[in-house]
Unconditional design. Structure first.
Length: 208
């Protein structure tokens, strides 16, 4: 290489290292690209990235150290390393506790599932109870409205009958009054005769 001066077997090793680092850079670029949906991350492009698959965006807490040199001649390499470290810093892992599926773990898992199912069942039962209560209230409201209509109809019928009886009473009273003022019998007013009094009493009883 131009900087290291490696030749022969050492040169081949440097090429392999550079290829692996290039593949690692591609993986980190894919993980930090905001447009990337993570459908495909090129972990299989090198052995290094395959070994670091769990550490890069996987179920691990990862620490990466970037080494730079204070020498002026290494400025370009140090700058490239810092850019690489900046990209790597943006990788977000989703670390979870690894748990062996023994009997206790399975029991905890089933308990959580049962708790979730119980909560869903309670919510559905509560919804059903609320629906039944609303239905009962609707039925009671409907019956109350029907009773109200029946009461109104009965009141109207009674009012019509009362008005009719009142008009009939008024008509009879006017008729009696007219007869009292106009008719005479034997020099006497007709209302003074026993027959008229008897008929008047009968009419009054009928009116009452």
């Amino acid at each position: 290489m131009r900087v290291t001066g490696a030749t022969g077997k050492r040169l081949e090793e440097c090429k392999k290292i550079n290829q692996s680092l290039s593949a690692l850079g591609n993986v980190i670029a894919a993980l930090t690209d905001p447009r990337q949906t993570r459908n495909h991350i090129p972990y299989r492009d090198s052995k290094l990235t395959r070994l670091l698959e769990d550490s890069l965006g996987g179920n691990c807490k990862t620490t990466m150290m970037a080494m730079i040199s204070p020498a002026y001649d290494s400025f370009a390499e140090s700058l490239s390393t810092l850019k690489f470290a900046t990209r790597a810093k943006k990788v977000k892992n989703e670390a979870r506790i690894n748990e062996d599926l023994d009997h206790r773990a399975l029991l905890r898992k089933y308990e959580l599932e049962l708790k979730k199912l119980r909560e869903e069942l309670e919510q559905r039962n509560r919804h059903m109870v609320d629906s039944e209560a609303v239905l009962r209230l609707e039925q009671q409201k409907k019956r109350a409205e029907e009773d109200k209509q029946l009461a109104v109809a009965a009141l109207e019928a009674n009012s019509k009958e009362f008005i009719k009886e009142k008009e009939e009473k008024k008509r009879l009273e006017e008729k009696i009054k007219t007869l009292n003022s106009q008719l005479l019998q034997g020099g006497k007013k007709i209302e003074d005769t026993p027959q008229f009094k008897s008929a008047l009493e009968e009419k009054q009883r009928a009116i009452r």
